[in-house]
Design a protein around this ligand. Structure first.
Ligand code: AKG
Length: 287
């Protein structure tokens, strides 16, 4: 179903949009089966393993992960290793919605899974995605597709409405790229945030400049989200993709125009991550 005028205006004003039933029940089951298999496999490893295009590990483990209590927290570029994740990246209702918001021409930028197992300490500090992946313009969006039911207690995404229209904040502090905004700004902005919750199969489309983070999972249920980033086809990357893959730049809606569109902004070049995921960059903050 096409978006209504009010949904389009909500996205433009708030910087995010919830899409119910963004994938079919069959697609959802396919994602869940593959993710469950990866969790089972992770039991045999003590440290991050697998490899993505730049040589970093594909599968990242939470500190405290063990054979009996597996805590797989990140899978980078899952479409490279799963037909189910590849098919959903190429076709889902959130992508249709995005074609209306930014379209008609869209390309794939990168993908990952963030998982918070019950009891996992992982939290995501407040940040803006665009500073990790500046493009010639900011028609980029992060789509989070829920593999589990997400509620207020299992570490839902928190977004500050309207923040995509505000400044791009500094993510370097005392010479360290922390991948997070200053604590004082978080304290000021976090109380305004809304949480994105819903049953498995829901998706949240978030503008790349929106300020967001997420808390620890305080519940007994896991919170697994498949995060796919898309860009307008004429948004050209200014630096290397921090989650490179064989699908990078693939046209997922419309056509390749070969054009470059630019907008004006000013930001510090981010640091390319050394570790498996940006969680390790964020951990440096405050140490
Ligand atoms: O997993 C989450 O809750 C947030 C993910 C996120 O902020 C990101 O990947 O940019």
């Amino acid at each position: 179903m096409p978006l209504t005028a009010s949904q389009i205006s909500d996205f433009n004003e708030q910087g995010f949009l919830i899409v119910e039933n963004a994938i079919t029940a069959t697609q959802l089951a396919g994602l869940q089966v593959d993710f469950k298999r990866w969790v089972e496999e992770s039991r045999q490893y003590q440290k991050a393993y697998g490899e993505i295009a730049d040589g970093r590990a594909r599968f990242d483990l939470e500190p405290g992960h063990s054979q009996t209590q597996p805590a797989l927290r990140r899978v980078s570029s899952p479409p490279e290793v799963s037909e189910a994740f590849l098919a959903v990246m190429r076709d889902n209702k959130a992508l249709d919605a995005l074609a209306q918001l930014y379209g008609p021409n869209l390309k794939f930028n990168n993908a990952k899974i963030n998982a918070k197992m019950p009891g996992a300490a992982t939290q995501v500090k407040y940040h803006q995605d665009f500073v990790f992946e500046p493009h010639s313009n900011d028609d980029l969006a992060t789509v989070l597709i829920f593999l589990d039911d997400v509620d207020a207690n299992n570490g839902p995404l928190e977004i500050v409405p309207g923040s995509h229209k505000g400044p791009l904040y500094e993510h370097w502090h005392d010479g360290v790229f922390t991948g997070a905004i200053d604590d004082k700004i978080t304290q000021r902005e976090q109380p305004k945030a809304i949480t994105c919750t819903g049953p498995a199969g829901t998706a949240c489309i978030m503008h790349t400049r929106a300020l967001h983070g997420s808390a620890t999972n305080f519940s007994n249920s896991s919170r697994t989200v498949y995060i796919v980033e898309y860009a307008a086809e004429d948004a050209i990357p200014l630096i290397d993709n921090h989650i490179p893959s064989g699908q990078e730049g693939e046209i997922v809606r419309g056509v390749a125009t070969g054009r470059i569109r630019s907008s004006v902004f000013d930001l510090a070049t981010p640091e390319y991550p050394q570790g498996t995921s940006f969680f390790s960059q964020q951990v440096k903050h405050g140490e």
